[in-house]
Structures are given as C-alpha cells and as structure tokens.
Ligand binder design. Structure first.
Ligand code: 3PY
Ligand code: ZN
Length: 632
C-alpha cells in the first residue's frame, strides 16, 4: 500500500521523483526500512527498459549465450591452515612468520576489485560475485587473499549500482570465511579523491576491519610517507595487516632518469618499514615495471627490509607475466593476478597463464589448475554482461611505457574525453598526459594525482593549449579546479617539490600548503554528523552509513533515495539491471531464500501527452502495471 501511495503520487508519476521527491515529501518516507516489493522492481525495470541505463544510449536487451560453467568443485579442505586462519588465531606478526616459511609464490586474486575496475569501469555487481563466492573459495583454497574492496568500488557501488558496498563486504565475508580479504586504501584519501580528517580515516579502517577486511594496501598518490602513517597505525590498532605500498613510476633501468631510481625505492621501503608496515607492496599501477626492473627492484628491497614483498602490476603493455616471473626469481612473496577472463591489458596478468609460465619452477604456485580453469568459465560467462562499459582495449599498448597511465584511469579518461567531444583525439590526449606529467615535475600518477594530470591533459587538448601557451598566458587561464588544488598542496607534497614557475602561474598569488593537509583538518564530531544524517534519512543511521555519508555526502543521499524508491535491486540479474526487459520476456528474481518472483513484461503502452507510458507485467501470475515517464 505504501508503494501505491508513492507511485500514484503526482510527483512520482511526473518523473521528478528521481531528484526531489524525498526532499519534498519526507513524511511519506518516514517508514520502517526493508520494505521491498515487486512494484518497486517493476518501477526500476520499467525505467531502464524505457529510458536506458545512466548515460548509455538505450538499446534493446542483448541475447547472451548460455554459460559453460559447472559448479562441481571439491569441498574446501577441512582444517587447511591459511593466512586467514593464522591472522584470526595469532595476529598479523604470525602471518609474517608464516609468509617467511613459504617457498612457493603466493597469489592475490583481484577479480572482484581491480580487474573489473580496470576493464569495465568498476561495474561488477555483488550479484555476480555472490554467484561464485563459494565456488571460488573451493577452487582456490591456497590463495593468499582476495582483493575485493576499496579503490573505486566504494563510490561506484553507491553511485552506479544502487548497492551498499558494506553489504557486499559482509555478504562475501559470510560466503568466503577461509581466505584473507584485502582492500585498496588511498591513504589520507581513504576511498575518495580528497583528504579526510585523521579520525575519519581511523574510524573507517576500524569499521572495515570489523566488517571483514584483513589486509589494507595503503598508498599515497605522491608517495609522501607522512600521509600513510596514520592509516598504517589505524590498521595495526585494528589487529589487521598493514601493507604499505610504494607506487612505482618512471623506469629504474633508464640510466638517464634519476628521480625515481633504485635508491629512491630502497629508501622509501625502509621508511615504510619504519612506519610499521607488515608487508611492503609494490604498486605498479600503469604496468611500467619491466621484467629486469622487477628482478632488480625486488632483489634490492628483499635485502633492504625484512618484510614480505607483494607485487601488483597491470598488463597494459603486455609483459605482466614476464615481470612476475623475474620477480619470483628475485624472491617476491606474493603477486596479484586475475581470473583469465578478466585479465590482461589494463587489468592484472592471468592467474592461469602465470601458473603455466612457472611450470618446472620450484616457485610455481600451489594451484589446482583444472579447478581454476573451470572457475574461469564463470567469469567468461558474466563478462559480456558488462560490454557496455568496456574500455575498448583488446591488445597490449606498449606506448603506455611513455604515457604512464594507470590501468584504472585508462578507461575512465577515455570516457571523459568522449564526453567532452574528444573521442577521436585520444592519441593526442595520451601524448598530452605525458607532457603534463613533465610540466608537473614528473610526479607519481595514481588516484587522485593521476586524475589531476588527466584533467589538465584534457583541458589543454580541449582548449588547444600548448605547454608554451600555459607559461605565456597562464595568468589569463582558468585552470581546472583539481589542478589548482594540487598546486595548493591539497594532495600533499610531490617528490622533489612543485615546479615553482608553474605553481606561481596556476595559483595566481595564493599561498600553498607545505604541511600535511590532514594535520590542519578539524576532527569530525561523529555524533553531530549522525544526528544530521538521521534528520536527512528519517532513520537512525548505522556506523557504516555515517562513514559513507562523510566520504560522499551527495552520492550517499542519492543512493539512499533510490533505495527507498526501488528497494533492493541487487537481486536483479545483471542484463536486466543494466538493460531492462524485452517485451514477452520472463525473468526470475530471487528475493530471499524461498521467495522468488516470476516476472513477465507483456506490453509497453504508447506515451500519453505527458510522455507517460504504462508497462504491463505479470508477477507470479497476477497482472500488474507501472507508469514510467519516457524521457526520450
Ligand atoms: C585506485 O585508487 O582505485 C587504484 O586502483 C589506483 O591504482
Ligand atoms: Zn591496480
């Protein structure tokens, strides 16, 4: 009855409900949570069917071949000692001792995080993860960890998938209790793009640890150690594993380049070890670490610090497996791989390829390759569902050794370029990206510093500006906000400092920060924020909701509003979620164990004078209809 009231409400019908409905009609929404009914689902499916998904052009739902996956894995070995059982029973230092005893190369599977972030704009839905979670753990019992949270997944879940990332974490944790869960944490930028106060970082880490994260890979987008220290400490305080990451940039094999040489990385690793890291991560976000460089770097770090080394690369230029092979020879402890169907190019190298590359090598990972190959079929089956978000890269790009663009940014920036009409100037944008990097003093480029370089490159190509133009008439140029903030020191201090001349031009007389921005930020008063949020959502928020609201106030409120309107859309299958339904199609929605709705879309009516169409469904045999405003 409640949804009847909502759906018949004039504002809802008019289609304005999407943005302003809840703000203007709060009383209607002061209701208990967990209302979920089939009308809400029809409303969502109807909207997608009529208007398409997000910015994508509306298209007829595609047909997908039947998947070739069969779930007949052996049960998880009883009593198997894993890094997870050790962490839970004995703590993080015991995991380090255990790591030191391992001779075989250990693996982190990134399929649920970086792989889809780098291949199809982070759109993998919890639905498709839960569909294989149990099988995945059975197929890969000896894995070190799953990277399945953090980076862009947090923001994208709310913004584009109408999903709660905390729920994803808790649900996967329940299905995968035996393996470490790992997240990517952007140091003082947490899972966002700006600096957050220290107490927000600490609280976020504490909650993530409570809900299931075991390993926190922490990095700073400028490799500025003062920005990592608070997070490392918070992870230690939570009893979890602090993996402090070095972001790899430049090329240690190039004798003409001195800024990021072997000594630079060696000193950085020592600093991170002294700051309390349990593991040293090498985060090669753009795939720049060539095989011999990997050998040299890992050998040097192994000699310099008494900590396990965990290597992360992207396969953008196509040499990822060779890089891991040489890193393995140098004694790297753990490497990041993805399931083959979601590997290669801007993603991680393939788990299965690496296994075969190490045949007859004493360090070949302990992997049931046939189980892994069978598991991979699941991902072959779901990848096509996300085709609309693919970055278009199907082959290695060796020019990335010059452009140095992170895997996760490649698809994003390309979309941004298309959005401002520069789709056919992609090669120019990439070249400009490299130029801007040099103008900025050759900086570490990873979220969010990579975004600053990308914004400036797009800006210059769009406005037909050369490097010389920027110096000659910079005082009349309105630079992108992110660029101004970068030169203000809002992201911290780059290696070797800012290029002074350009900094003066961009700041136009403003005085930049030279201290850690977090040291100036006032601590957040959680009780006040909680009260403010309670007022906005007309409900007592959870700790997780308060943290999400602090990270992304508008994104969170918008998510909350859509959740109230549509209920839990995570139960929809992925093609339906992104593409709606065909006329005559029948789908099943598994609402909860023992409860299924069978939904048929029978007919879509012609639009009335206001553009409203009636969609006629059958739900479990009963006729039902919803009205959708056609925005075309
Ligand atoms: C992120 O910060 O999301 C990254 O993946 C950086 O490489
Ligand atoms: Zn990455």
């Amino acid at each position: 009855a409640f949804m009847e009231k909502v759906i018949q409400h004039p504002e809802f019908i008019s289609g304005e409900a999407e943005t302003t409905f809840i703000d203007n009609t709060p009383a209607l929404f002061a209701i208990p949570r967990s209302i979920d009914n089939s009308t809400q689902k029809m409303q969502y499916i109807g909207d997608i069917t009529v208007n398409g998904y997000g910015d994508l052009d509306r298209h007829e739902k595609k047909y997908y071949p039947e998947g070739q996956f069969k779930a007949d894995f052996k049960p998880f070995p009883k009593g198997l000692v894993t890094a997870k059982t050790i962490l839970d029973a004995q703590g993080a230092d015991a995991v380090n001792d255990w790591l030191k005893q391992q001779n075989k190369l250990l693996l982190t599977d990134t399929t649920f995080r970086d792989a889809h972030q780098s291949l199809f704009a982070t759109r993998m839905r919890t639905h498709d993860m839960l569909g294989i979670a149990d099988g995945m753990q059975k197929a890969l019992p000896n894995l070190f960890s799953y990277e399945m949270w953090g980076g862009a997944t947090f923001d994208v879940a709310y913004r584009f998938l109408v999903e709660d990332p905390w729920e994803r974490l808790k649900q996967l944790r329940e299905k995968m209790p035996h393996t470490l869960f790992q997240m990517l944490f952007r140091g003082s930028n947490a899972v966002g793009y700006k600096n957050y106060p220290d107490n927000v970082l600490a609280e976020f880490i504490k909650q993530a640890a409570t809900d299931g994260i075991d390993v926190f890979r922490i990095f700073d987008s400028l490799n500025w150690v003062p920005q990592l220290e608070k997070s490392i400490q918070a992870v230690r305080d939570a009893g979890k594993i602090a993996e402090a990451a070095i972001c790899y940039t430049g090329d240690i094999l190039d004798p003409t380049k001195h800024k990021y040489d072997l000594k630079y990385y060696q000193d950085l690793a020592k600093e991170l070890a002294a700051s309390g890291a349990h593991i040293i991560g090498i985060k090669d976000m753009a795939g720049l670490l060539k095989p011999e460089a990997a050998y040299e770097l890992v050998s040097t770090l192994k000699e310099s610090v008494d900590l396990p080394i965990h290597l992360h690369t992207h396969d953008t230029p196509g040499n990822g497996v060779s890089t891991y092979q040489r890193a393995a020879a140098a004694g790297v402890d753990i490497v990041d791989v993805a399931q083959s169907a979601l590997s290669g190019t801007t993603s991680q190298p393939s788990m299965e390829s690496l296994y075969y590359a190490l045949t007859d090598n004493p360090r070949q990972p302990d992997l049931d390759i046939h189980a892994a190959e069978q598991l991979n079929r699941y991902f072959e089956g779901i990848r096509p569902f996300y085709g609309d978000f693919a970055n278009g890269l199907n082959a290695p790009v060796t020019e990335n050794y010059t452009a140095q663009m992170p895997g996760g940014q490649y698809s994003n920036l390309r979309q941004q370029a298309s959005a401002v009409g520069l789709g056919d100037r992609w090669e120019d944008v990439k070249r400009m990206y490299a130029t801007v990097n040099q103008m900025f003093g050759d900086i570490v480029k990873v979220t969010p510093s990579s975004k600053v370089v990308g914004d400036m490159a797009l800006f210059m190509v769009q406005h037909k500006l050369t490097e010389d133009d920027v110096y000659a008439k910079g005082d009349t140029i309105d630079f992108p906000d992110s660029v101004v903030r970068f030169f203000m020191g809002d992201l911290g201090q780059p290696v070797g400092g800012f290029p002074e001349k350009l900094q003066k031009i961009i700041l136009k007389g403003k005085t930049p920060l030279t201290v850690r921005p977090g040291s100036l930020a006032k601590p957040v008063d959680f009780a006040t924020v909680k009260a403010e949020l309670a007022e906005k959502i007309k409900n007592e928020p959870t700790k997780e909701e308060v943290l999400s609201y602090l990270m992304y106030p508008d994104v969170f409120l918008d998510y909350h509003q859509r959740k109230e309107i549509y209920g839990d859309v995570s139960t929809l299958d992925t093609p339906t979620f992104f593409q709606g339904m065909r006329i005559g199609e029948k789908i099943e929605i598994h609402v909860r164990p023992g409860k299924t709705w069978i939904l048929t879309l029978n007919e879509i009516g012609e639009p009335d004078i206001e553009g409203n169409r009636t969609l006629y469904f059958t739900v479990n045999g009963q006729r039902s209809e919803v009205v959708i405003n056609d925005k075309s």
